[in-house]
Structures are given as structure tokens and as C-alpha cells.
Design a protein around this ligand. Structure first.
Ligand SMILES: *[C@@H]1O[C@H](CO)[C@@H](O)[C@H](O)[C@H]1NC(C)=O
Ligand SMILES: *[C@@H]1O[C@H](CO)[C@@H](O)[C@H](O)[C@H]1NC(C)=O
Ligand SMILES: *[C@@H]1O[C@H](CO)[C@@H](O)[C@H](O)[C@H]1NC(C)=O
Length: 195
């Protein structure tokens, strides 16, 4: 992965270690499964789309009695190319609101497709119809459904709590195509006391 395509900034004190780890994993394209926390999906939100560039809809539903999921459908008016970019912002819930600027990075669509964390591979292939492959073709409606995150595929060391991950998709020339927000929680399992 190209160093120039991955940036991390933060102003929070809580998580520099996690960010360094995440940056390292991206750069070396390593993949480590974690088993210490569960990821609980809360909801997905279609915040914005530019109707001249795309069409986006999202509904949330109960996958089963205890688990929620969503159906997100997106259609692009132009092929989505490798150089279009996701601007990712992570907000952590602290003192009754989601705090800005804790985690920010930009990921080209090309690198997003190679990103091995956050269970994205299964989301884009097994859970998307038709399976998402680059380039995403204009006029095709890609529908993501029944994605229940596999916690083991999230990066080690993410701080416990509720998170909002905002993803803004922009073209290589800077046009804002769409924005989605994912809400979920990281919950650590009880640790056995070792003797
Ligand atoms: C979005 O795309 C679908 C499929 O092409 C179409 O039926 C629907 O009317 C579109 N919605 C908007 C708001 O453009
Ligand atoms: C709901 O589905 C999830 C994901 O497949 C599973 O882990 C969980 O055990 C299920 N819960 C119930 C009550 O069936
Ligand atoms: C991400 O890209 C946007 C637009 O190209 C830029 O304004 C922003 O500073 C970048 N963010 C980071 C964290 O590099």
C-alpha cells in the first residue's frame, strides 16, 4: 500500500496506540485476528447523496431477535474508479455526544477494496449483490444486505465504547458523491483471571 494514501490524525488522547497499530497493519498489509472484543452493529444511515452522481437508500431491520442489520442500495451515475476516495472519520461517544476528530484517514477506493480489516471483504463480496468489484459500473444497483460484522476481523486494540464511523465518498476531482454513517459499539469480553 502506498504511504501517501493513508493519513491518520487525531486530537484525542485515548487512542494513539490503536491508530499506530492500524496504520502499521495497513502499510504492511498484515492481518491479525482479534478475540478480545465484540462489535455490535447498531445502524447504518444514508446521510447524503448527490443525485447527479449517485442514488442511495438504506433501511435498517432486525436480522434476528438480538441482531440488527441493514440493506443499503447504491447506484452510481459514472463508473467508480480506483482514484475516487473515501474520507473516513471516526467519532467516539463521550459525555453524551459523538466527538469529532478522534480518527480520520483517507482511503482510495482501490485501497478500500484491499483493506483487510472491518470485515469489509465479506461485506463487499458475500453480502453485496452483484459482488462489488472495481470498477463499480454505472447504472448497476449494488445492494448490501445481511452484514453482521465478524468481530474477529476488526483491528486489535480499538477502545471500548460506542462509535460512529462516517464515510464520505468523493471523486478524484473532489466532488462529493455520497456520505454514509455506521453506528456500532465495541464491547470487551470479560477476562478470566489468570493464576
Ligand atoms: C434510485 O435508483 C432506482 C433504480 O434505478 C430507482 O428505481 C429509484 O427511483 C432511484 N431513486 C432516486 C431517488 O433517484
Ligand atoms: C442472530 O444472528 C447472529 C449472527 O448470525 C448470531 O450470532 C446470533 O446468535 C443470532 N441470535 C439469535 C437469537 O438467533
Ligand atoms: C482527506 O482528503 C481531503 C480532500 O482531499 C482533505 O481535505 C483532507 O485534509 C484529507 N484528510 C486527511 C486526514 O488526510
Amino acid at each position: 500500500m502506498d504511504y501517501h494514501t493513508f493519513y491518520v490524525t487525531f486530537s484525542g488522547r485515548v487512542i494513539p496506540k490503536m491508530l499506530l497499530l492500524l496504520a502499521l497493519f495497513v502499510h504492511v498489509n498484515a492481518f491479525v485476528r482479534q478475540n478480545r472484543y465484540d462489535v455490535i452493529h447498531e445502524r447504518m444511515e444514508a446521510e447524503y447523496y448527490d443525485p447527479t452522481l449517485s442514488n442511495l437508500s438504506c433501511i435498517n431491520y432486525k436480522y434476528n431477535r438480538t441482531t440488527r442489520a441493514f440493506i443499503l442500495a447504491v447506484t452510481f451515475k459514472n463508473d467508480l474508479t480506483e482514484r475516487d476516495t473515501f474520507l473516513i472519520m471516526g467519532y467516539k461517544w463521550l459525555s453524551n455526544r459523538y466527538r469529532l476528530d478522534i480518527l480520520q484517514f483517507n482511503l482510495t477506493v482501490k485501497n478500500a477494496f484491499r483493506f483487510r480489516y472491518f470485515d469489509l471483504d465479506r461485506l463487499m463480496h458475500s453480502c453485496t449483490t452483484p459482488p462489488a468489484e472495481l470498477p463499480l459500473i454505472k447504472g448497476v444497483t449494488y445492494t448490501i444486505r445481511d452484514w453482521v460484522p465478524d468481530s474477529t476481523k476488526f483491528p486489535p486494540g480499538i477502545p471500548e465504547g460506542r462509535w460512529k464511523i462516517a464515510a464520505r465518498l468523493v471523486t478524484a476531482s473532489g466532488k462529493h458523491i455520497l456520505s454514509i454513517n455506521w453506528y456500532g459499539a465495541v464491547k470487551y469480553k470479560l477476562r478470566m483471571e489468570s493464576k
